[in-house]
Design a protein. Structure first.
Length: 287
């Protein structure tokens, strides 16, 4: 398990407690620490007896860069990439083992939920299904991915041009990019909504200037990934129409903050489609 962390300390406590509670301990947690200080040392020390922890320092920022650094040091056959503030049910690893037997695949994903089992952090498919080009938008989230290390390495890991800290405009969708690389190489993926993990739900005001700026940056990643992997504009068009519809609905219902948020989602997606490099620039063809 590879967790990239920056600016956090006690937030890792929930993850570490959940790993210590697993019904098996044949795994390691690689913590890729991007903090300039030693804030994590007492947190990690508290679990040194119950979880095998490898503490790495990263001298460059970027969540995908940190994940790749940790994955390169991993000794296990499978990789998981927890968020530093997520946590898993005590039978999480047992559920993965069961999936490997009932639906053999090269990578798996599940659903983000709150502690009551309600879906959070996006729209997730209600039924189990193969992870394919048409389904990657409702079957994936980074910290629920389980992937063979050999396939992750062969795919080149996460694209370091995507995600927080990348230094590029492409703010998100790195998990869809990785899955598309795996699928292009002939690997098979399987999604099961019964495979769940937990994460704090963001209940903050989504209409503040900071929140709107953040969602705009995240939105740009969609165009980058779809252009990179040869999707057609007709495939992308619904992703533009949805925020446009949101602008109208929120404006008519007297919610200018949400209308502004939808406008920034639209602008981020439109600009990214217009400016992102296509498959040829990545040395790939549409698949």
């Amino acid at each position: 398990m590879v967790v990239a962390t920056l600016g956090r300390s006690h937030e890792l406590d929930g993850l570490l407690r959940s790993l210590a509670a697993q019904d098996r301990n044949d795994f390691e947690l690689i913590v890729v620490d991007q903090n300039p200080d030693d804030r994590l040392m007492p947190v990690l020390a508290g679990f040194a007896e119950s979880v095998t922890i490898i503490h790495l320092r990263a001298d460059r920022k970027g969540v995908c860069r940190a994940r790749n650094l940790g994955a390169a040091q991993a000794r296990g056959h499978w990789l998981v990439f927890p968020d530093d503030d997520c946590w898993y049910p005590a039978d999480f690893l047992a559920r993965i083992d069961a999936l490997k037997k009932t639906h053999p695949a090269d990578f798996f994903s599940g659903r983000a939920t709150d502690t009551q089992g309600q879906t959070i952090m996006g729209d997730f498919a209600a039924e189990a299904m193969p992870i394919e080009r048409a389904t990657i938008w409702t079957t994936l989230i980074e910290w629920m991915l389980v992937v063979k290390k050999s396939d992750f390495d062969a795919a080149g890991g996460f694209d370091v041009a995507i995600g927080p800290g990348s230094g590029t405009p492409w703010g998100a969708y790195e998990i869809q990019d990785l899955a598309l690389k795996l699928l292009s190489a002939g690997r098979k993926g399987w999604y099961d909504p019964a495979l769940t993990g937990h994460h704090p739900e963001d209940r903050s005001d989504q209409t503040t200037a900071a929140a709107v700026a953040k969602i705009r940056v995240y939105s740009t990643g969609l165009g980058y990934v779809m252009r990179k992997h040869g999707y057609r504009f007709s495939d992308y068009l619904p992703r533009l129409l949805r925020p446009l519809a949101g602008i109208v609905i929120y404006a008519l219902s007297g919610k200018p903050g949400m209308a502004r948020r939808s406008w920034n989602i639209f602008v981020g997606r439109w600009v990214s489609w217009r400016t992102a490099p296509g498959p040829a620039a990545h040395g790939a063809s549409a698949s």
